[in-house]
Design a protein around this ligand. Sequence first.
Ligand code: SF4
Length: 495
Amino acid sequence: MFLSDDLLLDYKRCQRRTFLNVCGDRAQKEPERDFLLKLRDENRQQIREILAEEVKYVQPQFKKGDWQEGAENTQSLMAEGVDVIYRGVLCGSGDRWQNSHLFEMSPIPSFTYLAKPTFLIKQPGMSVWGNWCYVPVNVKLGKKPKPEYKTIAAFHAYLLARVQGTLSPHAELILRGKKQYFVDLESWIPRMLGVLQTCEQMLADRAEPEVFISRQRCSLCHWAGYCHEIARAQNHLSLVPGVTPNRYESLQTLNINTLEALAALDPFVDPELLDSDTAIQLQQQARSLLENRPLLRPLSPHLSQRNFPSAPIELYFDLEAEPDRNVDYLFGILCVNHQTQTEKFYGFLAERPEEESLIWQQFLALLARYPGAPIFHFSEYEVDTVKRLTKLYKNTPFPLKTVLSRFVDLHHWVTTTATLPVESYSLKSLANWLGFTWRDSDIAGDRAVCLYDNWLKGGDRSLLETILRYNEDDCRATYHLKTWFEQFWTYRSSL
Ligand code: SF4
């Protein structure tokens, strides 16, 4: 069986994912998310730009999926001394190689390792072929040399060493913006071997790792629906907001395995494992979920002295951005006039990224039209963007401080005053709990990014309409949440 670099990369991110990719029921696997396909596309473009600069490179030819043939042809190219090999293949088993302290491990012979470095680059140095050897180079989209990138680079260097009879002087990463990074193999090969061995053991034993839902990690995974279903059926504690992998471990040590046990947790049980503030927060969250009702949080003195803003005219603000192009391309504002009982949505949309300054001006003009209106938004992103654009365009008609004093972050108000029976404190989850539904239920922020990207590439105007509808619904969901929260705040203030 092949144990590939892709499987090892997945294992570093989530062990269960590698297990399911090998042993899972394929019918449960969802198609790749658009956002992942977009990232893959961007990575291909990054590689194309590098290839355009490389004067000469050779790509081994082999039948699709015939990795052994690919490895043999790659080896022949290396023996010939080709300068740059693009998409070479390295194969090898884990036995036999013990002639370096870096490679001490007891591999399971049933696995054949498979690696596909972006490039193999010729260097001076002694190898089985003569006075040259190769260095593995991987092109990655990330800005930073993440541990998983270094693990995979070490895996490539490990396999390459077995083919060429010597360890390459380093392994290289080319990151976003063509930033070069050299991986210290002395330090990363032993770490990689530790990961490789546990991964092999898991697959050999067919030991399915427990489900653990982590919003950030699972949201782009093609097993998300399947794992979520299992977690729900088990009432798994990872569905409780605030239960991180470390805290989960602490809870297990304390023999807290169910929602009921968590709701009854003694906050002072063991400060070494869980500090009392965290324990109270988790206990309250479990209670709220079990009783399916909001609970009050103790108010900070700062908040207890403040009134929750409301006004005859209110603005609800939500942004759409394309991080890869560093552009905020849609400023959506729902203007609610309580006096006239009217609502109007303004979607200031940059059809080209260069129009960002234009929509920024339109946005500022709307704010100037309603000088006393509070601006409700959800999360810090809107505030950060207003700060960024004020600095960038330097032409704000009013001081930044005046604009920001009108901003009201609903996420902050909600999360600091209430514990709610939800799986996450995202706008979608909170608004859904309140009964609000989006017109396009399958769209989320990452999907909107892809739609905008597709619009820029293909010019399909219906994509812009979908994004505008999604953004308007985000503004309306914020309004929905604010209406509920205002009543909640009035109730809590009356206590
Ligand atoms: S959904 Fe989450 S837990 Fe399940 S395999 Fe994917 S990353 Fe792992």
